[in-house]
Design a protein around this ligand. Structure first.
Ligand SMILES: Cc1cc2nc3c(=O)[nH]c(=O)nc-3n(C[C@H](O)[C@H](O)[C@H](O)COP(=O)(O)O)c2cc1C
Length: 401
């Protein structure tokens, strides 16, 4: 057993970046940067994972421009926070931990009241996140808007490399901006950016090319995708094979196959207890609370959790790409890690497991049979809206982070 677990704790390289083991903290939006300014709370949050022994942590949802933020407490990658974000990255790196930044853009849905115009996505319609707050609609992006979005990713990538990030993770999944282009449910365009999958991939691939050109060939870029939206007419597992092949051919260094979307089917991403009680606990908007009570049970059904719940579908991707593959979804123990690496994955991202056990790698080194104490109650998901920022309400002492 000890030998098998050690393979997860062995070092490995990702496009020249040496990682001391195969375990990476997954991006979990922290809500620890009030008004978009990173400081001690965000630093301490990530430093605890570094002290706990993981090889790399991921700063969740770094918006590439203000219009890409879901709310005004998200980070935007721009000059105004150069000194704070440089400090943040350096302080986490002092824990012998590399730092990745997840590049995000919310596209058509936003409740960011600092926006001067409606949010924009591939097609106009309802602003699914903002309508309860009076931001009713979203507009369709023009061709100039599309060029602008590519430039925003390029500029953010240049900025992020310059402040010391070790790797960039582009978010192509979970229903956010680039995923809205990939999905036939949200992309109804009649031009070269809509219709066939080849067309729907056009903007995401332009973004990848721009980020690659910005950071150079020898800088690690990861892609997080959604394998299935779990909705009729949406992206399905077979589509994700084609998306991964295209990303691989375009020079991505690693793919993280996740699942579901934040707006339409988040439980596919998490599994476990319904996130509804947690959302109701922290939601303050009266209309949103009413809508959650009305539709929440249908939108967020409990889905039985089982270890490595995305493994079988993710293995199909292993068979069609040459790039590195990062497993995500319910990896909770050394035995899980052994099985995942044995199936040909190169790294493992951990979300809730590390929220409950920030020092999991150290625990495993001492006790190879240790299994995470995370119960998949999903209360951590609600803490995205809590004043203290995300944490595991069951097991972590939030005052320490
Ligand atoms: C509190 C919380 C916040 C999350 N925020 C993000 C995010 O900002 N970006 C992202 O890609 N995924 C986000 N996720 C999804 C996780 O990265 C991961 O895909 C999911 O939790 C499944 O992995 P796990 O079983 O290891 O937790 C979040 C998950 C949780 C629990």
């Amino acid at each position: 057993m000890a030998e098998r677990i050690n393979s997860a704790l062995n070092s490995a390289s990702l496009n020249g970046l040496q990682l001391k083991n195969r375990l990476i903290k997954a991006g979990t939006f922290e809500n620890r940067s009030p008004n978009g300014i990173p400081g001690a709370s965000l630093t301490d949050f990530h430093a605890q994972f570094g002290r706990g022994g993981i090889a790399m942590t991921t700063i969740g949802y770094c918006a590439v421009e203000n219009a890409g933020r879901l709310n005004a407490n998200m980070l935007t990658m721009h000059e105004d926070i150069r000194s704070e974000i440089t400090q943040l990255v350096q302080n986490i790196q002092k824990q012998d931990c590399k730092v990745a930044g997840q590049m995000g853009h919310c596209g058509a849905f936003s409740k960011n009241h600092t926006l001067k115009a409606r949010p924009k996505g591939p097609s106009g319609g309802l602003n699914l996140l903002g309508f309860a707050e009076g931001m009713w609609f979203c507009d369709a992006m023009s061709l100039d808007d599309i060029d602008h979005m590519v430039d925003a990713y390029r500029d953010a990538a240049i900025f992020m490399k310059s402040v010391g990030f070790d790797a960039l993770e582009i978010h192509f999944g979970h229903g956010y901006g680039l995923c809205q282009f990939l999905s036939p449910l949200t992309n109804h365009r009649k031009d070269n950016y809509g219709g066939s999958l080849e067309n729907r991939l056009r903007l995401p691939l332009r973004v990848l090319a721009a980020v690659r050109a910005a950071v150079g060939d020898d800088f690690p870029i990861l892609a997080k995708i959604t394998m299935s939206e779990g909705r009729r007419g949406g992206l399905h597992y077979d589509d994700s094979l084609e998306i991964c092949k295209a990303l691989d051919a375009a020079g991505i260094d690693a793919i993280i196959p996740s699942n579901g979307t934040s707006t339409m089917n988040p439980m596919l991403m998490f599994r476990g207890d319904s996130i509804l009680p947690a959302l109701l606990k922290y939601e303050r908007n009266r209309i949103m609370r009413f809508l959650l009570r009305l539709m929440g049970k249908k939108m967020f059904p409990a889905l039985p959790f089982y270890d490595m719940y995305l493994l079988e579908q993710a293995k199909r991707i292993r068979a069609v790409v040459k790039c590195k593959l990062v497993y995500i979804g319910g990896a909770t123990s050394g035995d899980n890690f052994t099985e995942i690496l044995g199936a040909g994955f190169d790294f493992i991202q951990l979300g809730r497991t590390l929220l409950a056990d920030p020092d999991l790698p150290q625990k495993l080194a001492v006790d190879p049979s240790y299994k995470s104490r995370c119960t998949h109650c999903n209360l951590c998901v609600g803490t995205i809206e809590s004043p203290q920022g995300i944490h595991c309400p069951q097991f972590t002492d939030n005052s320490a982070t």
